[in-house]
Design a binder for this molecule. Structure first.
Ligand code: UD1
Length: 398
């Protein structure tokens, strides 16, 4: 399958780097990789900067899919993932590994993205080395310290450590300003998720996902779950609700992308495995996943990033959480919060399956999260920060 750009070995880039500033991008999970990839590509193409790509390897298989797709060969791969890793495992292994890497490579700046553990630990390790940190997708908040867990605190701690904040939206900037972050350090860029989405939509040859029968006029429900605060009973409720929907609506086909986390895997297989219209698949390649979202009648998810993608694609999404750090999708009307209560999920999804007006009202594409130019603005902002340009980038207006 086509990839989006050719990688270059680190040695070649170092050679080409005379007079250029080295910017280390650190990521570890799939969503970080998807959203960092457009920035790495822009840095590569810029005359002022040289990207050094470091991955903690927090997500082994899912990360490798993305770096392959975007043609990014990590310069350093710490390969920290272990089966059933705890938060402490990720913290200690990533911190020790990144400490060594930063000691050796001494970049001019470290960029981290989002709210995963790698994000926070990458920022912390850079801070210990007094290397400035730029945080991409800064300022998203629920102001509930346990939801999402541990991502809300990962974000807040990263904001405190970062010197440059790339806020995706005006609301995210307001959150940061409200917390006392200096306004001049905040750049409203849009979300690089939309840059990545647009890039894969342009790919010509995306193979279909294996294991899914032809829809043949049936409606596709696409589902994912992985949030730590949903482990246990909430996940059971969600899967039972999905089974109820299949039983109630015979023209519905469920495709469930099963996160490799064993805490998710065991329960989803137990409850949905036997249903003839439930198709449990391995997480598809990102480009194929985008194609599937485009075909979906309805998406049910507890993910953060899918709220952005569904809104941009105009695919109605029910969010299986009580709070979201991305209210822009709800305001746009494409996304609704339904929590994890079985009967509530069945009622809300049922309404969208039976009421065409309610469905049409949600099935509209909006772009509150970005316009596909976030990575361009981030690189412009870096030029401004390093005094290679006098101009701040114009802000993403939403
Ligand atoms: C992590 C992030 C979360 C992000 C999510 C996206 C943290 C604390 N959590 O959650 O913010 O939304 O990724 O997916 O950073 N596994 C594999 N192969 C993989 C990936 C995961 O086998 O490619 C399994 C491993 O058994 C691992 C488990 O999944 O122990 C959990 O992975 P982990 O990174 O700890 O947390 P996630 O739930 O994936």
């Amino acid at each position: 399958m086509a990839t989006l750009a050719e990688p270059k070995p680190l040695a070649a880039r170092q050679a080409a780097s005379a007079g250029r500033l080295s910017i280390m991008t650190i990521f570890g999970t799939r969503p970080e990789a998807v959203k960092m990839a457009p920035v790495v590509q822009r840095l590569r193409a810029s005359p002022e900067f040289v990207p050094i790509v470091v991955t903690t390897g927090q997500h082994r298989e899912m990360l490798d899919q993305v770096t392959r797709l975007f043609g990014i060969t990590p310069d350093v791969d710490l390969d920290i993932m272990r089966p059933e890793q705890s938060l402490v495992d990720i913290t200690t292994r990533a911190l020790a590994g990144l400490h060594r890497v930063l000691d050796e490579l001494r970049p001019e700046m470290v960029l981290v993205q989002g709210d995963a553990h790698t994000t926070f630990i990458g920022a912390l390790a850079a801070y210990y080395h007094r290397i400035p940190v730029g945080h991409i997708e800064a300022g998203l908040r629920t102001y509930d310290r346990y939801q999402p867990f541990p991502e809300e605190m990962n974000r807040r701690m990263t904001s405190a450590l970062a010197e440059v904040q790339f806020a995706p939206t005006a609301r995210a900037k307001r959150n940061l300003v409200g917390e006392g972050i200096p306004e001049e350090s905040i750049f409203v860029t849009g979300n690089t998720a939309i840059d990545a989405l647009q890039a894969v939509q342009r790919l010509p040859d995306v193979p279909a996902v294996a294991g899914i029968p032809p829809l043949g006029g049936r409606r596709l429900l696409l589902a994912t779950t992985h949030r730590r605060e949903n482990w246990g009973e909430p996940l059971r409720e969600i899967y039972l609700a999905l089974r109820d929907l299949l039983d109630r609506y015979p023209d519905v086909l469920l495709v469930f992308s099963v996160h490799p986390n064993p805490a998710v895997r065991r329960v989803v297989h137990e409850i949905l495995h036997e249903h003839p219209r439930a198709h449990l698949i391995e997480p598809p390649e990102y480009a194929a996943w985008v194609r599937l979202m485009q075909q979906a009648y309805l998406i049910l998810t507890d993910s953060g990033g899918i709220q952005e993608e569904a809104t941009a694609l105009g695919r109605p999404a029910l969010v299986l959480r009580r709070v979201t750090e991305r209210p822009e999708g709800i305001e746009a009307g494409t996304v609704a919060l339904v929590g994890t209560d079985r009967s509530n999920i069945v009622r809300e999804a049922g309404r969208l399956l039976t009421d065409p007006a309610a469905y049409q009202a949600m099935a509209q594409a909006h772009n509150p999260f970005g316009d596909g130019r976030a990575s361009e603005r981030i690189v412009q902002a870096l030029r401004f920060y390093f005094r290679r340009s006098d101009n701040r980038p114009e802000e993403f207006a939403g």
